[in-house]
Design a protein around this ligand. Sequence first.
Ligand code: ADP
Ligand code: MG
Length: 444
Amino acid sequence: MSVVCDLKDLWKQFLDLVQNKCSSTEFDNWFSPIKILTQKDDILVLQVPNIFVREYILDNYREDLLALFSDGLQNNLPIEFKITTQTTIKKVAISPPPIKPLKLHSHNLNKNYTFENFIEGPSNQFVKSAAIGIAAHPGKSYNPFIIHGGVGLGKSHLLHSIGHAIQRNSKNIRILCITTEEFINDLVHNLKNKSMDQMKRFYRNLDVLLIDDIQFLQNRLNFEDELCNTFEALINQHKQIVITSDKPPSCLQLSERLVARMEWGLVANVCVPDLETRVAIIQHKAEQKNLLIPNEVAFYIAEHIYINVRQIEGAINRLCAFCRLMNFSLTLEVVEKILAEILHKNPQKKVTVEHILKAVSNVFEIRIHDIKGDSRLKKIALARQIAMFLAKEYLEDSLQKIATSFGGKTHSTVLHAWKKITTQISCNEVLKKQVQIIKKALTG
Ligand code: ADP
Ligand code: MG
């Protein structure tokens, strides 16, 4: 067998290995665009769309590549990455009219929302490293970059971190970080004042646009076109756009044009952090407030509040206030007392797959055995999909593990169920109520 064939085969083996190791979104985003170009002097030449992909692969998979491609004695990879050359835009000879210095609304960047303060764990590793990469090469890699996930899981934190990192690298760059609500207000104001030209000029001359909570556009569809036009104008100029959303783009009730535009870039998900990450977040937040928090207390909080990091922060603020005012030192008994009210108002018992199956079984009056089975009867299939949706929302387990607890389904079945129920909840009031009832039974 020739060397060419060997290296190509090895690359294919590597892709198989990676595909089993990472999520399908990660694979589609980072590995699918890579093409085998050729083999040159015993080197495999791969074409990557940008430098960011190369860095990502080498940062995260160097060990795996070395294990496959080198003889174990040397550290050199017989792989060369060729970056697709971008078509250069011809400069127009006539210079555009000078733009007035922009008064950016002081960027609106929260000074605490930096990458350094964002604690990493398996639930957010991919999205954080993508965010860091995008901040290092704004407009040069994935555009737009979409961060989606549940409430209080760090979407805005990452959005602002990207802003800070870009600003640190280049002081003169024009960054605007704005919520969708603020964008709409700006639009209404400019429509009223007949100053749309000015607004368009302002937005289209930004270098980086960071938009928070795009889901709020769902009820304000009149404004969708202007935002979409702004996105297109910026993307065409290779200006970076980052958007956060509480759902994946395909589950948002927005126009096909806007959804397609969003899906064109990189879509990444922040999930509920696991216990160890929550403990690390608690310790980090306490340290920032000069609060000494014993390990057992950190674990206690992490075990009792686990769906929303913002609530964890609320608990720490409360502890901090009590310690300062009452001069307490934090023992487990004291903490239990202080947090009793939060935990009582917002009881968060640990949910298991058995609890979910039982609750769904009660509400739908379907046997657990059937929910876990293969019946395609409409009522049973719906109950199963709701149970899978809740399992993905509440459990820290991998999709694969959840799939196994449902009588050996595949992880893509769980993902499909989650997407379907997420979309349907937003337009089907009955389903929304049913899910609320089950959620109440689970956490109440
Ligand atoms: P979202 O926008 O997803 O609703 P935020 O970004 O506002 O959530 O995060 C809520 C709070 O939780 C913020 O104060 C943020 O700093 C904190 N937070 C969330 N995830 C992390 C993390 N991984 N590390 C540190 N702080 C976090
Ligand atoms: Mg937010």
